[in-house]
Design a protein around this ligand. Structure first.
Ligand code: CMP
Length: 131
């Protein structure tokens, strides 16, 4: 997912370019805006964390781009491509190093396991929207 900060700052094209150049196939792509309700559902796993309320508010503050990406070793390789959750700790050249502003407005989200990638992909896309 490309988060509202990166979309509103005009980084969508550059981020998709980095993803494609990183060897990922885009299997599905969608430009939408989450509501507080849908953002809350997406991040339900963090509902007990102190940052949850702010995160839900931020994630519903503007449009996002959701994508399903395919690659061998995709979860680990995508996490390398985007860098650490906190952009101040992200390696130089990573997407968060280049485009993120803060730990909350950190430009992109990537699934942390194959299992969660399935769950998160199904959150945004029906079977007929994938190819
Ligand atoms: P993401 O990979 O989308 O998963 C959960 C998000 O919570 C994370 O990226 C951050 O944008 C956000 N977040 C806000 N504050 C924190 C924090 N202190 N630790 C971890 N994640 C945080």
């Amino acid at each position: 997912m490309i988060k509202p900060d990166a979309v509103s700052n005009g980084h969508t094209g550059a981020i998709l370019d980095d993803i494609i150049k990183g060897g990922f196939n885009i299997v599905a792509l969608k430009y939408i805006r989450l509501t507080e309700d849908t953002a809350g559902q997406f991040y339900a796993v963090h509902s007990e964390r102190p940052f949850y309320k702010d995160l839900v508010s931020f994630m519903s503050s503007g449009p996002i781009v959701a994508a399903i990406l395919e690659k061998d070793n995709a979860v680990e390789d995508f996490r390398k491509l985007i860098g650490a959750t906190d952009p101040s700790k992200a390696d130089v050249g990573t997407i968060r190093n280049k485009y993120a502003n803060s730990i909350e407005a950190n430009a992109v989200h990537g699934s942390d396991s194959d299992e969660n990638a399935q769950i998160e992909g199904s959150f945004f896309f029906t079977a007929f929207e994938r190819f």
